[in-house]
Ligand binder design. Structure first.
Ligand SMILES: Nc1ncnc2c1ncn2[C@@H]1O[C@H](COP(=O)(O)OP(=O)(O)OP(=O)(O)O)[C@@H](O)[C@H]1O
Ligand SMILES: [Mg+2]
Length: 214
């Protein structure tokens, strides 16, 4: 914004009315961008307000689907759902986990929207008995992530989307999952697709679940 304002000040006299309006529109647009960034940062820096409750992962996945259904239809993306039955519950802030799933599925949908057709979004839940975790997998068959970027996608402000991305979605998601005692990792292969794996400790394992005798 300060760069736009500076340029504006320098060239003000040479500009037509339309050009001045165009400059102001840019200021407004970048201001909106800042607003979103600050909102995300504030959302993220309030971990104390975690509203933990015993929750079913499959229910959060269903809520995610309701929210992304329209985007899937518009982009002609097929949804493949593989939800395990009899999953143990988790002890989480449902709203925050929903936010993580929205962030990751939105990235997947964006990358598959660039394809002509044949986009497939896979949402899978399963129980990892060895570690007593519940795993959520979100995978796409989009263009994949270049190996040199893989180590950076969880960094704040890392984006390959230019002005249309803030690069905060995955960073925020990473923080949320860490706050829940979970893990998030990615596997990607250029030309084939990308898979995100989120693990959350089962209610019993988290030892905080009120309704479970440990
Ligand atoms: N499913 C995916 N396929 C390919 N690249 C991905 C995928 N998910 C994330 N990325 C890469 O990781 C980068 C960071 O993602 P992140 O969600 O943090 O930010 P963003 O999507 O660029 O911006 P924002 O989420 O703030 O709109 C993306 O710009 C993209 O390069
Ligand atoms: Mg994103």
């Amino acid at each position: 914004i300060s760069m736009i304002a500076q340029t504006y000040a320098e060239v003000y006299d040479q500009l037509s009315k339309e050009e001045r309006l165009e400059f102001m529109a840019q200021v407004e647009e970048q201001g909106e961008r800042l607003r979103v960034i600050i909102k995300n940062l504030l959302d993220f820096s309030r971990p104390k307000e975690l509203q933990l409750a015993e929750t079913e992962v499959n229910v959060i996945i269903q809520k995610t689907i309701e929210l992304i259904q329209n985007m899937l239809e518009v982009s002609n993306i097929k949804l493949i759902l593989e939800l395990a039955e009899d999953l143990p519950t988790v002890y989480v802030d449902e709203h925050q986990i929903l936010q993580v799933l929205i962030n990751i599925t939105t990235n997947a949908i964006q990358v598959m929207t660039d394809m002509d057709s044949g986009g497939e979004l896979r949402l899978r839940s399963r129980y990892l008995a060895d570690s007593d975790d519940v795993e959520i997998e979100i995978s796409d068959n989009g263009k994949g992530i270049a190996p040199e970027f893989l180590d950076h996608i969880f960094d704040p402000f890392f984006t390959t989307k230019g002005d249309s991305g803030t690069g905060l979605g995955l960073w925020v998601s990473y923080g949320i999952i860490k706050n829940h005692g979970g893990m998030i990792r990615v596997e990607s292969s250029v030309g084939a697709g990308t898979a995100f794996f989120i693990t959350l400790p089962s209610c019993k394992k988290s030892k905080r679940c009120p309704d479970v005798s440990v």
